[in-house]
Design a protein around this ligand. Structure first.
Ligand code: FEO
Length: 392
């Protein structure tokens, strides 16, 4: 794609990656993604903000045809989907200076072996002038690595936010005109990479609040011409109370756990609780992560295999622990044949979650009357806890 004009002398560049289906060899990308770079032509100096994944570098180099000089290459974030093409850009523009935070300088040298002489490091609040345009740099650690910063173009009121406020969507729509679609993609993106850092992100949002921002230009997905839409969505995901929702990832081997899950779901629904159920043998992990953004309670369903939880349940517990959702309660249900340490192992895998453990329900073999009664009690306890905490 050719460069696309955002405002006079400000252009979107980069690549729409329609084919990518996995990020970090972990995160599903059902709708592809984009790697957005931005060119700002000041009256004196020209700056490129971020680059693209190295697999797409030729497209960026083609977009820069006709740009005879670059004074600055700004690296907002060192992850290779934005920084990986910097060596190619510096090779074409050897007089350009690479602008980064001090921490990013270390990381970029380690990851990409860029010569130290290229760097200009900027502290929090520093600016560089392009003549008639001024880029102010605001350090925003942990969106998404510790070295990240955003850049505010003062005269045009554009915030270049890199991973923050991004979404994984491949689209020709330069702007987030279909907010409903972007909301879903941005929530998935937030859940997968931002949720673990939500307390730090909250501080970063507070830091950005005084700025008069007309446009947010992230480095993944569409540009936001209505910043309030995406900022408010983040505030809700970060700080809104958990919902009256149970997220129930489960796996069943011989149907006993499945019988328990079905009974429990029915009982929870009867009590007015929403449930999102995930069969871990077929689950899109991104969907599970999204559900965890809102969950009031997490219940993991697993059989006992090799004396412990099923490996798929272990994966779900590990993921929940890593993503640190704001759920307040957790329980475990499942069946076993003759013994094992399923509850002990799973409960020990979620130290990051600030949850109260509700008495698990484990049955020997197929569930019987007493087990269904215990599941009914579990549903009642969850309903009472949700009501007590005002989850809606
Ligand atoms: Fe889009 Fe953290 O990289």
């Amino acid at each position: 794609m050719k460069p696309r004009k955002i405002k006079d002398n400000i252009y979107w560049m980069g690549s729409v990656d329609w084919s990518r289906r996995l990020f970090d060899s972990l995160i599903p990308l059902p709708d592809g993604t984009s790697y957005n770079a931005y060119l700002i032509e000041g009256i004196d100096k020209i700056a490129l903000i971020d680059t693209v994944d190295p697999s797409m570098v030729d497209e960026l180099l083609n977009q820069l045809e006709g740009i005879s000089k670059l004074d600055y290459v700004v690296s907002l974030h060192s992850e290779q989907d934005h920084s990986g093409s910097i060596p190619h850009i510096l090779s074409r523009y050897p007089n350009a200076k690479l602008v980064s935070t001090p921490k990013a300088k270390e990381i970029l040298i380690n990851l990409l072996h860029i010569s130290e002489e290229y760097f200009i490091t900027v502290n929090d609040g520093d600016s560089i002038s392009l003549g008639d345009k001024t880029l102010k740099f605001i350090h925003t650690p942990w969106v998404h690595w510790p070295e990240t910063m955003v850049a505010y173009l003062e005269e045009d009121k554009i915030l270049f936010s890199c991973d923050l406020f991004g979404s994984h969507i491949a689209t020709t729509d330069l702007y987030a005109s279909d907010e409903r679609r972007v909301y879903e993609a941005a929530k998935r993106y937030y859940a997968e990479i931002m949720m673990p850092f939500r307390n730090v992100i909250k501080k970063n949002l507070e830091k950005l609040a005084p700025y008069d921002i007309a446009i947010i230009a992230p480095s993944h997905g569409p540009i936001h011409p209505r910043p309030a839409f995406i900022v408010n969505a983040h505030l809700e995901w970060i700080d809104g109370p958990p919902k009256n929702l149970v997220v129930l990832p489960y796996v069943s081997m011989h149907n006993s756990t499945k019988l328990m899950v079905d009974f429990l779901v029915s009982s929870l629904v009867e009590k007015g609780i929403d449930v999102e159920l995930f069969d871990l043998t077929v689950t899109d992990i991104g969907k599970l992560a999204m559900a965890l953004v809102d969950a009031g309670t997490i219940i993991i369903g697993t059989p006992t295999v090799l004396a412990g939880p099923h490996p798929n349940a272990v994966y779900a517990a590990f993921l929940a622990n890593a993503l640190r959702p704001k759920a307040r309660f957790l329980s475990i249900i499942g069946s076993y044949g003759w013994g094992g340490r399923t509850v002990e192992i799973l409960a020990g895998m979620v130290p990051n979650l600030k949850v109260e453990i509700i008495e698990p329900v484990l049955t020997i073999g197929a569930p019987g009357e007493a087990d269904f009664e215990a599941l009914e009690n579990l549903a009642e306890t969850v309903a009472a806890k949700h009501k007590e905490h005002g989850f809606k």
